[in-house]
Design a protein around this ligand. Sequence first.
Ligand code: CA
Length: 473
Amino acid sequence: MKLMTLPAGLALFALLVCASKPVAAQSSAPNIIVILADDLGYADVGFTGCRDIPTPNIDRIARQGVVCTRGYVSFAVCGPSRAGLITGRYQDRFGFSRNPVLAPNDSTMGLPVDQQTIAELLKQKKYRTGAIGKWHLGAHSSQRPGKRGFDEFFGFLGGGHRYLPGDLILKDLSEARSENDGYKTRLLRNETRLDETEYLTDAFSREAVSFVEKNQRQPFFLYLAYNAPHSPLQATEKYLNRFANIQDPKRRTYAAMVSAVDEGVGKLLDKIQALHIENNTLIFFLSDNGGPISDNASSNFPFRGQKSDFFEGGIHVPFAVQWTGHLPAGTTYDQPVSSLDIFATAAALAKAPPRNALDGVNLLPYLTHQVNTMPHQELYWRNFDKQRYCVLSGQYKRIVEKDKPELLFDLSNDIAEKQNLTGKPESAALLESFENKLRIWKQAVINPLFLGLLEDETYSRLHPDRWNISTHK
Ligand code: CA
């Protein structure tokens, strides 16, 4: 009998060892990278069907991971969308409902300090945290990346920075006298201004690679927020030469800017591969809102609308997630997911308790199909100034706006939102249920806390000290 028990015990031991392997791998907190493009059109990467701009590196994330075919952001312009992403909460809950103006003397112009960022969350678990690129969450000293959980920052504070180093002619914000001036300041490394020599997108890619290299031996969180391909349309010959075949000069420059982002993503993925940390690095790729078609010649095909709309063209973005060995490579996930889910996913993987209640969910069980319910029964949007609201529930989407006809679409057979179903008798019950849900959601949101970019002049009139900058450079 003893001879029989020994092999059985060994087998059990072997089984435990084998079984413990994946458990151990999952229990160590993975690195997390968020690559955010800015104003990228839905149809302008390979994995969403782009034909004229090759994006082989961004497509690697799709091929090595999961494409979320219904990936949404929480707002249709830059600032509020970023506020939602970085807190995991509807930004209307804390009054971040407009694009902030550049106001370094104003501690209320930006992300309220009681709202926890992903970086602040992950710092609890000893993550090394880096923000590279566009911030746009507040320029006051209390709101800059270094005060919002980021160990390292390289980039700029406003919304639409210029790309050519020769254009960055302002020493710092003390020389700025307008919002537009803010786009021409030298870049910041933490709180120090520096002279950059590379094309902005290349500089951000270089810094991202360096951050990963430096921090490869500890869990890290990298928020790589390219401002490309947001306006102004500026590219270098290196990238422009790739698109001599595109006739429209605007589209050609846009293509070059997207190509620069793609090249940077490739360098980052190569570095992760070379360091053998792919199995321990979760990577999100998405855009912060839809393409502003006339502004940067982007395409949101096949969607209706563009940046600032609640049609699909404003809020439905390219969205892919890679985690080698943990997420099924080359698959798609077709239920609605949100940029708000990135925080919740990070919190679950790092086992870090969020300070505030989250609106997002941990996506891992859904993307691996361990759970087959929908991540979100509903998703909500609000544009306070236009009194425009949107509710998405499964295949149906309702948009209401002050002084405009109510809209109801069935996205399952009308992704271009051409058929308004509100007048149909069978829609009545659905519309009523949407109205009830929206009424409840509205109770959880507050009015905007600050004036936005659209009220730039009013803001300056009300704050004569706006450009009297001595300390918050
Ligand atoms: Ca944007």
